[in-house]
Design a protein around this ligand. Structure first.
Ligand SMILES: Nc1ncnc2c1ncn2[C@@H]1O[C@H](COP(=O)(O)OP(=O)(O)OP(=O)(O)O)[C@@H](O)[C@H]1O
Ligand SMILES: [Mg+2]
Length: 205
């Protein structure tokens, strides 16, 4: 558990499934609720570079992005209301540390059986830590959308949640990603509300 801070780890061992976009958009939405720091545990430093680029453009992200490793996650997490940990694909040691530190693990997944297989692998790996699965880059018009939603619902139970909220595939998200401060949140605000409600129920239930 995260002590004074609520710690949300964004994790999926698969590459390119919207972990960094989710981390930055969730942090932007949470900045309306309290103080936020993003811990960038990815050696590729995508979140850190996103913050630099936004700052250079004169519209900084409304929170700090700091580098992190397995060791700093275990011993020196920032103190603020919300800590979001953006994790790299693979790298088991970082994923273990980021899972142990988390109040909840947020797992973005895309809508195909292959992608869902990776999400189930993530659930196995985090072994009992509260987890919230959601569809990122959703294409609501396609058959796999309905099938994937149903599969997520079916996987839910105990400490595993399937979020009602999904994030649509949007050109506007792609344009902001890595570059600038999100203005529109494209559903990440509703996603944050849902996650906060789960955390509240966990604390009182
Ligand atoms: N909802 C969305 N709509 C459209 N494009 C998106 C959406 N979410 C993410 N993307 C795009 O998908 C790509 C991958 O996203 P992102 O970098 O967040 O993935 P990641 O899981 O962090 O990748 P990595 O595993 O390499 O760290 C980016 O180019 C981003 O712009
Ligand atoms: Mg990333």
């Amino acid at each position: 558990m995260g002590g004074m801070s609520t710690v949300i780890t964004v994790l999926n061992p698969k590459g390119g499934v919207s972990k960094t976009v989710t981390s930055i958009f969730v942090a932007t939405a949470l900045a309306r609720h309290g103080s936020v720091t993003v811990v960038d545990a990815d050696p590729q430093a995508s979140a850190t570079e996103w913050a630099f680029t936004a700052e250079d453009a004169g519209a900084p992200l409304p929170f700090e992005v700091v580098p992190g490793s397995a060791a700093t996650i275990r011993r020196a997490l920032p103190r603020c209301d919300f800590v979001i940990i953006d994790t790299p694909p693979g790298v088991a040691e970082v994923l273990d540390a980021a899972t142990e530190a988390a109040d909840i693990v947020l797992i973005p997944t895309m809508q195909s059986s292959l992608e869902l297989t990776r999400a189930w692998a993530a659930l196995d790996a985090i072994d009992g830590t509260a987890a919230a699965l959601f569809l990122a880059r959703a294409e609501t018009g396609s058959t796999t959308f309905g099938l994937s939603r149903a599969a997520l619902q079916e996987a839910a139970g105990g400490s595993v949640y399937a979020l009602e909220t999904f994030i649509p595939k949007r050109e506007a998200i792609r344009q902001v990603a890595g570059v600038s401060c999100p203005t529109a949140l494209h559903g990440y605000d509703a996603l944050v509300d849902e996650v906060l409600a789960i955390l509240e129920r966990q604390q009182h239930g």
